[in-house]
Write a protein that binds this ligand. Structure first.
Ligand code: ADP
Length: 182
């Protein structure tokens, strides 16, 4: 599914983030930036040791912020590492931290002149954020950013598996509907 947001494009695809040809891909990292499982492990495996070497020099990243490295052997030239919230029931600022992780990643992309960015579904794996709650936050944050920043031409959400794709598709349709309702 693909929609226009201002002059830019927002896209949902089912697939593997490591295979994307966007200028940057985003890693759902942990605060140490020293690698982990899930999407993080997949990116380091596919991109090779150079990414981890650069992460070590950076020395960590607090939740809601983002850092950038090269893409190593990936098709993407850059990896933006961001840290989402660990979900603990929803009353500990998780939604704000999640939105901030997406926004910080996009701000970093803008600063570096990156025009296309692919995101995984941050925090909805090991960090336990229910995808039905995370998807509208992810999408709304991306749409708000694109509305104000046409220098980012394309944001793609790469959803791992059909149920994740369907959750994002449902959320996007819901947001578009509430937008057109006023
Ligand atoms: P977090 O710790 O932020 O929850 P995870 O990596 O555990 O991060 O999971 C985040 C999401 O990424 C999950 O929905 C998971 O299914 C998905 N995921 C795992 N591997 C990949 C991949 N190669 N490409 C895209 N998404 C992936």
């Amino acid at each position: 599914m693909q929609v226009s947001v201002g002059k830019s494009t927002l896209e949902l695809v089912q697939g593997d983030i490591t295979q994307q040809d966007t200028e940057a891909i985003v890693n759902a990292a942990n605060s140490s930036l020293l690698g982990g499982g899930g999407v993080d492990g997949a990116i380091h495996r596919a991109g090779g040791p150079q990414i981890l070497e650069e992460c070590r020099k950076i020395g960590g990243c607090p939740p809601g912020e983002a850092r950038i490295t090269s893409g190593g052997g990936l098709k993407a030239k850059y990896v933006i590492h961001t840290v989402g919230p660990i979900y603990r029931g929803g009353r500990r600022g998780e939604a704000g931290i999640l939105a901030s992780a997406y926004r910080s990643s996009l701000e970093l992309a803008s600063q570096r002149g990156i025009r296309s960015v692919a995101f995984p579904s941050i925090s909805t794996g090991a960090y336990g954020y229910p995808i039905e709650l995370a998807a509208p936050i992810a999408l709304q944050t991306a749409m708000d950013y694109l509305q104000a920043h046409s220098e980012i031409e394309m944001v793609r959400f790469v959803l791992f598996g059909s149920s994740a794709y369907e959750a994002y598709e449902k959320a996007l349709k819901g947001l578009l509907q509430s937008e057109s309702a006023g």
